[in-house]
Design a protein. Structure first.
Length: 244
């Protein structure tokens, strides 16, 4: 199992929900955290909580629908001199629930794909070569188990595209200690999931982070977080490394 103590972890969408759970869990394991949100003030509370664990932390803002903003964010991370070892592409948007789905506007797709697919892809393209050069890295892309809901077509399609992007790109690192996998938190009670979701946001731990700790040099897999609910981290990693 990977020891993440002292490693730098970049979490998009870290201000709340699943991203906040990821940031706090990794900090409690001794990892340093780069917290992303749309505005710096959104991560002030979690920044304080992360720092209270004794690790280092950095806040950074970017609008993921704007590729110039994404590029500026990545440049600021590079300019800081920090070496990013683990990336959680967790930030996502669900634009709307269209009961009259035959009138779904094109903006549902363009906005969803920019934030849920294209921004994570650009982040992967930025950090993956650096990880390959150093011989270590983990990228975990958050997907969704949503299906058979034309009411959320833009969101669903953008997540399916992220899955395909991840599995295709992961073939170039298969068998190395640079690993890229997919995780699905399940339907959780978050701002995105809504109050009627069956799972608490805390239930995604430890499954949502297991991709950072597996050490079997295999990529392109899906780790459904709810399948690890109730397990210790060690148990979750053992299950993840044997479930495929």
């Amino acid at each position: 199992m990977v020891d993440v103590k002292g490693k730098w972890v970049f979490v998009t969408g870290a201000s709340r929900g699943v991203g906040r759970q990821i940031a706090l869990f990794m900090a409690n394991r001794g990892a340093n955290i780069i917290l992303h949100s749309r505005k710096l003030e959104h991560t002030e509370e979690v920044f304080k909580e992360v720092r209270e664990t004794g690790v280092r932390a950095m806040q950074i803002e970017a609008e993921l629908s704007d590729m110039d903003s994404v590029g500026n964010m990545l440049k600021r991370i590079d300019d800081s001199g920090l070496q990013v070892d683990i990336v959680f592409n967790d930030a996502a948007v669900q634009i709307a629930y269209r009961t009259d789905y035959f009138k779904t506007p094109v903006e549902d797709f363009t906005q969803s794909f920019m934030i849920n697919t294209i921004a994570p892809a650009m982040i992967c393209y930025h950090f993956l070569p650096k990880m390959i050069e150093r011989g270590f890295g983990r990228i975990i892309n958050t997907t969704s188990g949503i299906k058979n809901e034309p009411e959320q077509a833009g969101y669903s399609a953008s997540k399916a595209a992220l899955d395909k992007f991840t599995t295709d790109l992961s073939t170039v690192i298969e068998g190395t200690d640079v690993m890229m996998n997919i995780t699905d938190p399940g339907w959780c009670r978050t701002d995105l999931g809504g109050p009627n979701a069956p799972n608490s946001v805390e239930s995604c731990i430890p499954g949502i982070v297991v991709g950072a700790f597996v050490d079997d040099r295999r990529s392109g897999r899906l780790f459904p977080a709810q399948s690890f609910n109730g397990l210790t981290l060690i148990e979750a990693v053992s299950k993840a490394e044997t479930m495929y």
